[in-house]
Design a protein around this ligand. Structure first.
Ligand code: KIV
Length: 276
């Protein structure tokens, strides 16, 4: 039985911290699921940490569906959340419904996430009314990076802080089951978490959120291009991978790989007969 939105909401009521991680492939999702992480986000961060784009903006529905299917196949207990890419829910409610449905029906996700507050609240309401759980995402919303002028801390001025609180309330009222708060001062994230009944999931938003989300490559140290301040590296996989690849390269070059242990053998008589 997979984690449900009611269980996630109950965790907030009980004061139990909620863990969320991204995953983009079958093998990684399987490990995250087996550890017991209840929420797995197939984030559009896929574009940067897996596909090598400069931002999340070029990510397409087809790419998201492809990777969400792999994550869904690798999981049994976690709720899989598909991240709706840029411009797949902005133009109309119809677009939002059609694309959210693809994540649920075609890719095997149990929920979708989309960026924005007041401006997307109507779309959130309609998607939820059609039976598809929605996670909101406010604060630093990477799909609007050009409008925001870079990866800046959001909500620092009195108006920006008040707008963010209004965005959170709009998402709560529209029926979002949880809200991601990205790159938000810890005090504001705490205030928002106390002001709304739905769980807040922070990334660079301090300890006062109801849960935390991280991009898996950041905590594993497997993406060397950029390490955000909010990330803690629990491993340094790039170093381990580089060492293993270099050893393999050297062993092939000098002829010490493969050995008999990695080889298959047959009756020498057959080879002798072939040679004749
Ligand atoms: O795309 C993503 O990975 C995200 C998380 C950082 C919340 O949106």
């Amino acid at each position: 039985m997979r984690v449900t939105i009611n269980q996630i909401k109950e965790m907030k009521q009980k004061g139990e911290k909620i863990t969320m991680l991204t995953a983009y492939d079958y093998a990684t999702a399987k490990i995250v699921d087996e550890v017991g992480v209840p929420l797995i986000l197939v984030g559009d961060s896929l574009g940067m940490v897996v596909l090598g784009y400069e931002s999340t903006i070029p990510v397409t529905m087809e790419e998201m569906i492809h990777h969400t299917k792999a994550v869904a196949r690798g999981t049994k207990q976690a709720m899989v959340i598909g991240d709706m890419p840029f411009m797949t829910y902005h133009i109309s409610v119809d677009d939002a419904l059609r694309n959210a449905a693809r994540f649920i029906q075609e890719a095997g996700a149990q929920a979708v996430k989309l960026e924005g507050g007041v401006t997307v609240a109507e779309k959130v309401r309609r998607v939820v009314e059609c039976g598809m759980p929605v996670m909101g995402h406010i604060g630093l919303t990477p799909q609007s990076i050009h409008q925001l002028g870079g990866h800046k801390i959001q909500g620092k001025s009195p108006e920006a802080a008040a707008n963010m609180l209004e965005d959170a309330r709009a998402l709560e009222q529209a029926g979002a089951f949880a809200i991601v708060l990205e790159t938000v001062p810890a005090q504001l994230a705490t205030l928002i978490s106390q002001a709304v009944s739905v769980p807040t999931i922070g990334i660079g938003a301090g300890i006062g959120c109801d849960g935390q989300v991280q991009v898996i490559n950041d905590i594993l140290g497997s993406f060397a291009d950029f390490v955000p301040k909010h990330a803690k590296q629990y491993a340094k996989l790039t170093d381990i991978i580089r060492k293993a690849v270099a050893e393999y390269y050297d062993e092939v070059k000098v002829g010490s790989f493969p050995t008999d242990k990695q080889s298959f053998f047959m009756d020498d008589g057959i080879i002798a007969a072939l040679k004749k």
